[in-house]
Design a protein around this ligand. Structure first.
Ligand code: NAD
Length: 497
């Protein structure tokens, strides 16, 4: 069915949460679908002194949700090896190298290697340096580095990390994961944009009034407070995921649908984002924190009351902003974005809001277009997946009132049942050497520079953050952000739409 891809995966952080919740199920999916057959092996490394048997039990537990028979699972798990490893200890890389060479021969892996950094980002640079200095990279096969977020915490630290990585790996060997780029409907954006004459013709400032991107979470900070306190929503969600969604929605048509061309267009786009002065940042970006809220008679803690959060924390759990792009296609079109924790619903949605017709011939005053709803193309990213086009029709009956109607297409559950999860898709793409859905250093550099300017203004401003109620869609300031141009957020689950 599929070619048998040969590779050795070395997973740094093999005992961690990401490995267990995402990577092992993703690899198993590739196995049961026939992408990985006999010619693969996985070395999990972490500090704990586990045996291979214990590691097998851990990997097996990660497959609990699969209905496959035990024999298939055992055959898969048999490809896993554990290596206790302190990533700062050069000697451990020698042991790792010996095991890697042995598995390479045993499974006929053609010296193909994928190094997966699934551990604390502070070790990314160290691991890459040791992989180089202890000569783990092979001469004949491919050597690819998959690296998790966060990639730095500002432009300078990201640049330093990139310099460390590129001592050992070339840019085209580095696969920087942004798992949003592995989502079905985010990948679908290019199909919608470049596969439809109807849409490609109107995808510009002549026809589009504004673009809205919402990445809403209903959960709070949970057990990630330690990390979140040093990050906040701007770094955790905006710098990477939201910027990448803007990239997919707004980049120019790539010459070819290849990594090189797509990454080039996204980089060009990010460089075209209008830089803001400090005053403009205050005007165009809003931050806030979820506040203690009584929900159904029960008091839910606000962010500052959460475990491991400083009681006077200024970390934002919500960001909304207006991003402007200074190029021929987009000048004048605001990209409104927002993301936050403890919002009304977990949902990711994109709304492309089209301009209204010039006159409203159905109104007494033809210049009055207030009763006319804008046409909206909505892309439902998650949990529902699909799209809809809201356009005006005639209200059935006497008279001539306009009424918005929706042409909607939802992927049904059956269709999605076997659709690859983001990590499964991205790992396969990395195995195939396809970097289209990974981020280039130049994209990251531009996006960090934009974010750093916001961070600097916010860090210098001691005004307490506005609060928002748990279960809302953020503070009033996020609504006001749009009101200045007469627009409003299309997605508002508090209104039951
Ligand atoms: P984790 O804390 O659960 O796991 C860390 C792993 O690193 C463990 O296996 C631990 O044993 C190992 N480790 C720590 N110090 C070590 C050392 N000195 N030598 C050898 N091994 C060492 O972390 P996680 O949640 O799995 O996250 C891993 C990476 O993935 C991070 O970069 C994180 O930001 C990113 N990430 C995680 C998720 C997620 O859902 N967990 C989502 C997106 C990105």
């Amino acid at each position: 069915m599929h070619t048998d891809l040969a590779a050795l995966f070395i997973i740094f952080g093999g005992s961690g949460d990401l490995a267990q919740r995402k990577l092992y199920p993703a690899l198993f999916n590739l196995y049961r679908k026939g992408y990985l057959k006999e010619h693969f092996a996985v070395i999990g490394t972490a500090r704990r002194p586990w045996t291979d048997d214990h590691y097998h039990e851990i990997v097996m537990t990660a497959l609990d949700n699969f209905d496959e028979d035990q024999a298939t699972k055992e055959a898969f798990v048999g490809h896993f090896y554990y290596q206790s490893h302190d990533v700062t200890d050069a000697k451990h890389y020698e042991t790792l190298k010996a095991l890697a060479s042995q598995l390479d021969e045993q499974y006929e892996l053609h010296q193909n290697r994928i190094y997966y950094m699934a551990m604390s980002p502070r070790f990314f640079g160290t691991i890459a340096s040791h992989l180089g200095s202890e000569a783990l990279l092979t001469a004949d096969g491919f050597n690819r580095l998959i690296i998790e977020k966060p990639f730095g915490r500002d432009y300078e630290s990201a640049k330093a990390l990139n310099q460390e990585l590129t001592q050992t790996f070339d840019e085209d060997q580095i696969y920087r994961i942004d798992h949003y780029l592995g989502k079905e409907m985010i990948q679908n954006i290019v199909a919608l944009r470049f596969g439809n004459g109807l849409l490609s013709g109107v995808w510009n400032n002549q026809f589009i009034d504004n673009v809205q991107i919402t990445l809403a979470e209903s959960v709070g900070v949970e057990e990630r407070a330690g990390y979140y306190e040093t990050s906040g929503a701007l770094r955790d969600m905006f710098q990477n995921h939201i910027m990448q969604v803007i990239g997919m929605l707004a980049m120019e048509v790539p010459v070819n649908f290849t990594a090189e061309d797509v990454q080039r267009e996204k980089t060009r786009l990010f460089r075209s984002i209008q830089p803001y002065s400090p005053a403009e940042i205050k005007q165009n970006f809003v931050r806030a924190q979820y506040a203690e809220t009584s929900v159904d008679g029960e008091n839910k803690p606000g962010y500052q009351q959460e475990t491991n959060v400083a009681p006077d924390s200024q970390t934002e759990t919500f960001v909304a902003g207006k991003v402007m792009i200074d190029n021929e296609r987009w000048c004048g079109v605001p990209f409104y974005v927002r993301t936050g924790k403890r919002l009304a619903r977990k949902e990711t949605q994109i709304n492309i809001v089209f301009k209204k017709t010039g006159v409203n011939i159905f109104a007494d005053d033809k210049s009055d277009r207030s009763a006319m709803a804008p046409d909206v193309l909505t892309i439902y990213v998650e949990p529902e997946q699909g799209f809809s086009l809201t356009i005006n029709g005639k209200e059935v009956g006497q008279g001539f009132a306009l009424k918005p109607d929706q042409l909607a297409y939802q992927y049904d559950e059956q269709m999605l049942a076997d659709s690859p999860e983001a990590y499964e898709r991205l790992i396969l793409e990395a195995l195939n050497g396809d970097g289209t859905n990974f981020t280039h250093w130049h994209e990251l550099a531009a996006s960090w520079q934009f974010v750093d300017a916001i961070r600097e203004v916010w860090d210098a401003d001691q005004t307490p953050l506005p609060g928002y109620s748990i279960g809302s869609m953020g503070p009033k300031e996020a609504t006001d952000l749009l009101a200045t141009t007469g627009a409003e957020w299309i997605f508002d689950p508090t209104q039951n739409n």
